[in-house]
Design a protein around this ligand. Sequence first.
Ligand code: SF4
Length: 452
Amino acid sequence: MSHPQAASEFLKDQAKAKWHDETLWFVRDKRDRISKTIPEWEDLRNLASQIKENVLSKLDSYLEEFERNAIQNGITVHWAKDAEEHNQIVLSILQKQKCTAIVKSKSILTEECHLNPYLEKNGIEVVDTDLGERIVQFLNQPPSHIVLPAIHLKKGEISDLFHEKLHTEKGNEDPTYLTQAARVHLREKFLKAKVAITGVNFAVAETGEFVVCTNEGNADMGVHLADVHIACMGIEKIIPRRKDLGVFLRLLARSATGQPVTNYNSHFRSPATGKEIHVILVDNGRTAQLGREKFRNSLKCIRCGACMNTCPIYRRSGGFSYGSTVPGPIGSILSPGLDMKKYSTLPFASTLCGSCSDVCPVKINIHEQLYEWRQEITKTHGELGKGLSMKLANGIFKSPLAYKISGNLMRTALKTLPKSLIYHPINSWGKGRNLPDTPEESFKEWYQKNRK
Ligand code: SF4
């Protein structure tokens, strides 16, 4: 389904679409208010952007430095060129441990690699332990937002779901009650799992440690109870020094949810006695993106979700309308790099208002890159109708006589032709819009009559 088709499905429930829009705007507003309490906010954004610029220019050497130091700390480091290799590495570790059930905290990378269905196909039970992720897992849905995975669901829907899955009281929508029920349910899973999987928010090259940020402490609970910790990390998550962390941690939570800091920022440096830590460094299209001059700085993204919360299209079309693991403005830059044809409508799902770039904590020029993708996509997969109409418009606008004649013709035609001929299938502009009423005369005619 293209983005416009999926968006029109979402918009069928107008009341929910309005609620979705307002809820995300509330988060955006919180981000604005808290960022204004930090006088050096813009300096932090500039600094974060510069640190990431430096990382991208020497990514290979920082990764090797991280690997050296992590190995010295007792961590096992694996490299995966793509999703398949990543999934195979995870499975081989689990098989070695004779493990049939794992707990997993939020990791967009594992969503990108479709790890859950892969492990389930191989007989492993996967339990997502982030509350929002567990909710969407119960529904067999992917997350609709990278920070707020179940933001498309209302309290009542979660209450019904928990009644069915966790046998909570029917109709009880109290968030504390529902959260407690999830807590009891997850506690059992934590106690049984021998292996815990987490993502990685930041990996520090100079020390070989990595940091996992969660609000619920679920990553820590899983990791500390399990014998083996597998951390799955996109290669762009590297930062050079531990002191750089302060810059990113101050920006991340404020940009994501408007909190001063994420509740748990846990550092993992070496395994406890008798335990194992594995880090999987995953490429999966990232070096290809690094090689695309116009789009490489999309790899600076720290996955805060702020560009989604502010985007008027994301707020009004919902995360599922993008059909990609990372939705919203940044997803519309990353996804065409993975499959330009499949995601060809995403860069057009933007007003190009620039609000995404304005809120981005690492100053990615998101709206400019969306515009760049539009040009690339139009060259490669341009719509035939659009190409022809642009050529025709070019001919008309070049000649005053052709302009005058076609204006007269169109004013008559638009008034007399049946609607089905005007809003035909190749008129993609007209699919979601109505033309204004046709004027009686051209502006030129009106001006000649009325000028004094
Ligand atoms: S592009 Fe910027 S605003 Fe969007 S998720 Fe990434 S870091 Fe956040």
